[in-house]
Design a binder for this molecule. Structure first.
Ligand code: ADP
Ligand code: ZN
Length: 756
């Protein structure tokens, strides 16, 4: 009681001063520019705009000596003493309502620090373009009887419409209610017998209607492990605890069902849920299950037009939609009554944005969940090491779902050692794998073959001198694509005609070595002529809707063997798959990336998990040149945790995440010398700054693993340290005020997931 008193006194005593002495006091708006000036700027708010300038709206402000008007985000408004130097004034207000809530402003500010991005850049990134540009949401006029005298006797249909039009309705609604045609309604409108009374946003085209309805019944009962996981989430929700709950569940253990029921619970509280999936087009099944369970689901996918996105945004903000499903950026959906956040396949690297601001949706979700006091649910059969470590430390809660639901077993895995003689007698397919395919087909099952390399041949090489055909613009070998024997660069997409003879030594005939998905498909066709075969990779999936079509065909058993890249590894639940073959498990194992083993283990475990989900059972054949590698061994024995236990100490010793933070800087230039010099200059500054802090290590500069891309030379360097905030502060100090040469571009990536 007395405490409250003092607060009010203080407020009172300091309050009236600015009111009395208004010559030296005023209202000041702090604004952030989307680009250009990085620092927040103060402007005076003129009396006429005092009512409309508020945090979260955009304003127009004069900038520079020419006072060119620019759009800026108002991030704070305060009343107070004016500085000595006169302030410029806000020229106008752009938005009728705030686009960003105070919480979003706080979040974006935190993101800017967390990923060393500019605040303005983050503000732009969290708002969809359709919202920023206010792309028009399509509306329909509402019509109502005007009461005007009819020039002639109305026809019976006209009379019905006029009688029904006592309340404002759309033309569609009037036509539907009276059985009259739209033309009748329009005619009455033209005649002035119906008049407009406002408008409504047109209902969104329901994407669900475009897809065949699949039935996903709510199972009669949950497994004990599902029950327990759901119980933890519900308890957290009821107590309004901002806990992070990790569902570490083998493939097919029923994680999605737990998400669905947790979302049901959220909705029953009258609250909203955001569900993040790695990529909408690759996870049509998951989206369908949410659509089937909940009537109104906003699915935010990358094919939405800006207008559609704007409309979705408004539906969510108005609270008319309870469930939002989308990829990374859906985390910024403006749900006013948020009750739960779910991230499915939380280990996926697509949750980190590859362009500035380089945020990670998992960390953003954690921040929002804490701020809103709601639970965050992360699910995966192969949780990231970052997530695992936080469960081991007791900070997050881990729920294990160790078995598949319905008693189906995890498939037996056979490893084929590619170093053994005879293992490759049929091109890329070993006799063991071929026998496995035959076994599945004879048993009436389906087959999935994973090869993470598209194209026909991965190298085009001279057998005499070893010369490899390379991209003119990139430091990458060309991949041969058929038909037409085109050499395509997978870095920049440039297509080159491949020479018939070696351009170096003139030896005739270049050899096509290495197998891509095209060649694999061809080999499989030859070996299994009676089977229906389809291929899924970026080359065959360019058309909108092609994923869905191929997956539907696979589900309907029109396809026996599906060949594909990692696109086929995720979240698919096809009970008839009896065999999964991994053509080359080591393909990504030896990349210069500290997460190479983790990714390999995850990919092989995930794709193996597509097998044996139904009553037919299943097997997996993994071809590898390093069968004893912990990543491969763990995946082959369904023991992801064994891999985690072997990998965590390695990370700890090197201070890599989750035990430390990494800042990677990539420098690019058309001029190799300029790139090298600049990288060297930045490294010198970092080393000087890090002197006396032995825990911080500066590595590099060195050519990036892809040393040239799109005609730019690439150099990179890394800084590691045990404490992220300290490390970022150090990098910020070292790079402050650097004047970058014109022909150099460089980026800072905090806790990168891409090291190439
Ligand atoms: P995950 O997401 O862990 O891979 P899913 O939720 O997709 O697992 O479940 C795998 C399959 O089992 C799905 O077809 C799903 O409908 C079914 N399923 C999930 N939970 C149950 C349950 N309690 N009883 C019966 N079937 C279930
Ligand atoms: Zn290229």
């Amino acid at each position: 009681m007395s405490k409250q008193h003092t607060t009010q006194r203080e407020l009172f005593e300091s309050g009236p001063r600015w009111v009395e002495d208004d010559a030296r006091h005023g209202t000041i708006a702090t604004v952030v520019l989307p680009a250009g000036v990085e620092k927040p700027l103060d402007y005076l708010v003129p009396e006429s705009l005092a009512a409309s300038v508020e945090p979260g709206r955009r304003v127009r402000v004069p900038l520079g000596r020419a006072n060119r008007e620019q759009l800026a985000y108002c991030v704070a408004v305060r009343h107070g003493e004016l500085p000595q130097a006169p302030l410029k004034s806000v020229a106008g207000v752009e938005d009728e309502q705030p686009l960003l809530s105070p919480r979003m402003l706080e979040l974006t500010k935190w993101m800017a620090e967390r990923w060393m991005a500019r605040w303005g850049e983050v503000l732009e990134a969290v708002l969809p373009a359709g919202v920023r540009l206010r792309t028009r949401v399509r509306t329909s006029p509402l019509l109502v009887a005007s009461g005007a005298a009819a020039p002639r006797r109305p026809t019976p249909a006209q009379a019905r419409v006029l009688a029904a039009a006592t309340e404002p309705q759309t033309a569609e609604q009037l036509a539907e209610a009276t059985g009259a045609s739209r033309a009748v309604v329009q005619r009455l409108h033209k005649m002035g017998l119906l008049q407009e009374a406002g408008s409504v946003e047109r209902p969104l085209r329901s994407a669900a209607a475009e897809r065949p309805a699949i039935s996903h019944d709510r199972p009669a009962e949950l497994s004990a492990a599902q029950e327990q996981a759901l119980g933890s989430i519900k308890a957290s929700m009821a107590a309004r605890r901002a806990e992070t709950i990790v569902l570490f569940g083998v493939t097919g253990s029923g994680k999605t069902e737990v998400y669905l029921q947790a979302v049901e619970e959220t909705v029953s509280y009258g609250r909203q849920a955001i569900v993040l999936v790695p990529e909408i087009s690759l996870t049509p099944q998951t989206c369908d299950r949410f659509r089937a369970r909940f009537g109104k689901v906003a699915v935010l996918h990358s094919h939405l037009t800006p207008a559609e996105r704007h409309a979705q945004w408004r539906e969510i903000a108005s609270g008319r939609v309870n469930v939002v499903v989308g990829a990374r950026s859906a985390i910024f959906a403006p749900a006013p009554r948020l009750g739960l956040i779910v991230i499915d396949e939380e280990h996926e690297s697509s949750f980190k944005q590859a362009t500035a601001p380089r945020y990670h949706a998992r960390d953003v979700a954690e921040w929002i969940a804490k701020a809103e006091g709601v639970p965050l649910v992360l699910g995966s059969a192969t949780p990231s090491l970052e997530t695992f470590a936080r469960c081991l430390s007791g900070e997050w809660i881990m729920c294990r779902l160790a078995d598949r639901v319905g008693g189906s077993q995890l498939p037996g895995v056979i490893t084929v050692d590619l170093r053994e003689r005879g293992s490759r007698s049929r091109g890329a397919v070993s006799p063991r794998l071929a026998a496995g395919i035959r076994w599945a087909l004879d048993g009436g099952g389906q087959v999935m073959l994973l090869l993470n390399r598209r194209g026909f041949a991965t190298h085009v090489q001279c057998h005499a001198c070893g010369h490899t055909a390379r991209c003119l613009q990139c430091d990458l070998a060309l991949t041969l694509h058929q038909p037409g024997s085109r050499g395509i660069c997978h870095g920049c997409g440039l297509v080159s005609r491949l020479p018939a003879d070696c351009p170096d030594c003139r030896a005739p005939g270049l050899v096509h070595s290495g197998t891509g998905t095209q060649r694999l498909e061809e080999q499989i066709r030859r070996s299994f002529p009676e089977a229906a075969i389809a291929r899924m990779d970026t080359d065959t999936m360019r058309e909108r809707g092609s994923h869905e079509r191929t997956l539907d065909a696979f589900r309907n058993r029109e396809i026996d063997i599906l060949v594909g890249t990692q696109m086929i590894a995720k979240g698919l639940d096809f009970p008839a798959v009896m065999l999964v073959g991994v053509i080359n498990a080591d393909a990504a194992l030896h990349l210069a990336d500290f997460r190479a083993s983790e990714r390999t283990c995850q990919l092989v475990t995930q794709v193996a998990g597509r097998s044996g989900r139904g009553p037919l059972g299943g097997r997996v054949v993994v071809q590898t040149s390093t069968p004893d590698h912990p990543a491969i061994r763990a995946a082959a024995s369904h023991d992801y945790e064994a891999f985690v236990r072997s990998e965590l100490p390695v990370r700890e010793a090197l201070l890599y995440p989750p035990y430390g933070s990494v800042v990677r800087i990539v420098v690019r230039s058309v001029d190799e010398r300029a790139a090298t010099d600049w990288a060297g200059h930045v490294v010198d500054r970092l080393r000087r700054e890090a002197e006396g802090t032995p825990a911080i290590r500066v590595l590099g500069p060195a050519p990036a693993p892809i040393a040239r891309l799109r005609d730019r030379f690439r150099w990179h360097l890394q800084v590691h340290g045990p404490d992220g905030a300290g490390l970022r502060a150090l990098v910020a100090r070292a790079t402050a005020g650097l004047k970058t040469p014109d022909n150099v571009a460089w980026i800072i990536d905090v806790d990168p997931v891409d090291m190439l």
